[in-house]
Each structure stands twice: as structure tokens, then as C-alpha cells.
Design a protein around this ligand. Structure first.
Ligand SMILES: [Zn+2]
Length: 255
């Protein structure tokens, strides 16, 4: 035993969780200061473990960790928010899997990004309480792109930077946003986008998360259009589709 382990504390959300050895769990955490971290929760699978309840998937907790030779070890956990409704309702949970997988795939380990942590925590809280789950996901996608350096162009042309007018009706996943009519004419692979979808995306990029309830009455086709546009934008960055998208679609279209 080295006996000289260093202890540190951090707030964290459990992004991913898997079994590790006989009774332990491997956790992927998102933290404000240390970014994404892989740690071990010892004895977390024993029902008698006092700490087991605190290391549930998507919980927000205050953790104490001890530095390990390879992976750090959770030595104490205090729940901050368990997002109970999110865990109890499958549509909410399936959206949580989706946003967590998206974040996990697009971020490297140990990249400090406090605004990203705030975005994720606020998104989980909204998925726990909001009525417009798909719009919470669209908000998350747009702002995740922003925080990772791929902010979609919604006010200036993604190609020539000229200010956009309501005449703009093409979206370029490759250029990362709306195109002015002149640039659109030169980009045959740009996607058609309705003025209503263009405005909805602008609203989601500019307004705080709490404002999305104002979009409750957006029609289903319009919501599908914004989803399609953002998926097409994320696909080349992810280089493939996510497993959780299939699950999310299965849950959504079964009801
Ligand atoms: Zn242009």
C-alpha cells in the first residue's frame, strides 16, 4: 500500500456506468474543472453499500475521490439531484441517454469546460421537468456545437459571412449553418430549410433554456425539420450515428 493517496472533491454527473470486476463499477463522470473523468466506485454493486445510491447514472453528486495508480476511486458521494422523474419515465430517460452519449462522443478526457458542465446539468434538469423534450434536445445540440467550437451560423452566411435575410432557405451541414442565396447557388448539397425552422433555430440559439416552453405549439413537421437539420450537422462531426438515436426513435414511435 502506498498510503499516500491524495484526496480531492468535485461536483459531477455520472455520464456512463459499467460493471468492473466482482462488485465495483467503472464510472464516466462529467465535472466542471476536470472535464470527463473515468473513475472506480468500489463495492457500488453491493446492495448494502451505503454509497450505491449515490452513483446512479445521470445523478448529480458531490464526490470525494482518491487518486489511484491508474483510475481514481470514489471515496464518498453526496447526492445533489437524482432527477427522479427522468428515471421514472422512459421518454425522458431515452433523451437523457441521447444527450449523454452525444456529449461523451464529442469530448475528450480531462478537457476543462465549466460552461459545458452547466449546459449538461441544465439539460438534465429540463429533461426531468419540461413538456417539450425534443426541443430540450435541440437546444442541447445547438449549444453543445457552440461550446465545442462548431457554432452554427444563423445570423451571418456560413460561407461569405454576409448578414442573412429571410430570403435565406438553404442549410449547409458542411459549412455549418445557413447560406445566403448567392452562396446557396454554389452549394448543390445544401439542404432546403423553411423560414419557420430557420427562425426556430435562431430562437433556440439566442434564448435561455427556460424559454423553450414558448415553442410548445410548434407543429410536429417543423420539429422534425429542425431535428433533421441538426442531425445532418452533427453526423459529419460524429462520423457515425449514435446507438441511443435508435433507442430514442423506438421509444418515441412506439407511443
Ligand atoms: Zn454567402
Amino acid at each position: 500500500m502506498a498510503g499516500r493517496e491524495r484526496l480531492y472533491r468535485t461536483e459531477a454527473v455520472i455520464l456512463r456506468r459499467s460493471d468492473f470486476g466482482e462488485a465495483d463499477r467503472l464510472l464516466t463522470l462529467l465535472t466542471p474543472r476536470y472535464g470527463k473523468l473515468r473513475v472506480i466506485a468500489k463495492g457500488a454493486r453491493k446492495t448494502t453499500s451505503r454509497r450505491a445510491g449515490h452513483v446512479e447514472l445521470f445523478n448529480r453528486a458531490e464526490l470525494q475521490l482518491a487518486t489511484g495508480r491508474n483510475l481514481d476511486i470514489v471515496t464518498d458521494a453526496q447526492n445533489i439531484d437524482a432527477y427522479k422523474r427522468l428515471h421514472a419515465e422512459l421518454p425522458r430517460l431515452s433523451y437523457a441517454y441521447y444527450v449523454a452519449e452525444l456529449l461523451d462522443k464529442l469530448t475528450g478526457d480531462a478537457e476543462e469546460n465549466p460552461p459545458l458542465y452547466t449546459l449538461f446539468v441544465n439539460t438534465l434538469a429540463a429533461l426531468d421537468s419540461a413538456t417539450t423534450l425534443d426541443l430540450v434536445a435541440r437546444y442541447f445540440e445547438l449549444h453543445l456545437l457552440n461550446l465545442l467550437g462548431y457554432r452554427p451560423n444563423l445570423f451571418n452566411c456560413a460561407s461569405c459571412q454576409s448578414p442573412l435575410t429571410e430570403a435565406a432557405d438553404r442549410w449547409s451541414p458542411a459549412s455549418g449553418g445557413m447560406l445566403c442565396p448567392l452562396c446557396a447557388a454554389r452549394e448543390p448539397h445544401a439542404l432546403p430549410i423553411s423560414l419557420a425552422a430557420f427562425k426556430a433555430l435562431r430562437f433556440l440559439q439566442r434564448e435561455p433554456l427556460a424559454a423553450i416552453e414558448q415553442l410548445q405549439r410548434l407543429s410536429e413537421p417543423l420539429r422534425r425539420e429542425t431535428e433533421h437539420i441538426l442531425r445532418a450537422t452533427l453526423r459529419p462531426i460524429l462520423e457515425r450515428d449514435l446507438k441511443s438515436v435508435e433507442f430514442l426513435d423506438a421509444v418515441r414511435f412506439a407511443s
